[in-house]
Design a protein around this ligand. Sequence first.
Ligand code: BES
Ligand code: ZN
Ligand code: ZN
Length: 503
Amino acid sequence: MIKINQNLNHQLKTECLILPCVEDKRPGGELKEIDKKLAGAISQAFENKRFGGKSGQTLLLNTNGSLKTPYLLLIGIGKAKEVTPEKICQAAATAAKLAEQSKFKTAAVDLGPFETLTKGKSGLYSELAGAIAEGAGLALYHFDNYKSKDEKDDPPSRLEKLTLLITSKSRQASTEKAITRAEKIISAVHTARDLVSHPGNTVTPTYLADHAKKMARKNKVTCKVLGKKEMKKLGMGSLLGVAQGSDEPPALIVLEYYGATKKKAPTVIVGKGITFDTGGISLKPGGGMDEMKMDMSGSATTLATLELISSLKLKVNVIGIVAAAENMPSGSAIKPGDILKSMSGKTIEVLNTDAEGRLVLADALTYAQKFKPKEVIDLATLTGAVLHALGHHAAAVIGNNPAMIQKLKDAGEATGERVWELPLWEEHEKAAKSDIADLKNIASPGVGAGTTMGAAFLKPFAGDQPWTHIDIAGTAWGFDRPYTNKGASGFGVRLLLNYLEKN
Ligand code: BES
Ligand code: ZN
Ligand code: ZN
């Protein structure tokens, strides 16, 4: 829970006072005064280089009764001139995690230092306040739905209350607004993380569809779910092909949000929703296969983004399409060599049943054309190859419109959800052509460029309007930021929010 309080000379009762500090040679401003009260403990830390306000540096001090609060936690935010909301978000996350590990139940962040930092830029002050809330809230995510409550011997400690300390009443309204917005972002990212963290025996295509319906009911969003029958009617042989080996029925989930006049062409977001990817008949190795419960991360981000933009009442039109299926080996599963006919009419030779994401996306992308989109973005945990190229640090973007990609890169820099462009050349598109069908779902051995080849396959289905494919196989899980945890990151929600707001 995040609250606001007016800072009355550090008289607030909290277990731990968190003070953001800019990088400096010695304590200045507010820090200098506190240092006096602490008999020079802070200047000493500066002298022996224990702390200097460098980005992410921390110093936890016992105040020994010299302040109302028993502990003071200094958090470095780097050079004053280089402060950005994302940097503050990361600093807040570091501080919140440390406070929680130190077993504090309550903590308060002093926003005083932001006064000087944002002189003459009042908008930035509330942005930074929001970033504090966002970073802390995101960092304190825990997925313990499946832990029995009787682990009483050593229950994990939780930071339950975070207070933002403002310097004057005049900051109240804007800070409150920033917190409300941050809470919506936190909630949406956590929705995505939850969906990804739940195992495959909980999150099935039907579960995703039910989640979408519930979310739509609570927000100004309409939801339609196409089942097997409707898909057959539409000729979605590609998506149905993937689903045919599983006992779990597939679902094509369509969410519509109109925040602008309905006449405005929408942005369509398409998410890969493979609720478990065994590889199918081209079975994956056993080690680490459990992680393939995260193969619906693109759909989690799509659903959470629609939840977020509707709760924030963004003045944009956005359609979310989720192609949900389970990829299983069975007597009814597709086999290498099988040829599927997609909704677009194009035929696909399935040379590897583990390249299933592009098969479900093909039909979802064709379906997206129904909305005469302004632009299409697809999000998918499509290739292991993106991990080789970019690790857990950035998602790959590949598309047909450089301006759109640049905007996504900007959004990535602003939010820390970084994206990096990979090329898609004619040669790649040629390599996706089959000898006996229109396309094949994997290229011949030796072609390489795994991530690009995924996009090369999708391109013929994506339409002529601007389109960008985002491969999040490396970032949806294990994305390394102070505000993420070991598992699901919810990558893409903050990226798309920023992109949609700015454009
Ligand atoms: N879901 C996987 C990709 C993946 C790998 C996601 C690692 C997250 C972490 C995808 O369906 C897949 O298996 N892709 C194949 C494609 C190949 C057969 C061309 C891959 O990356 O090996
Ligand atoms: Zn696969
Ligand atoms: Zn997959």
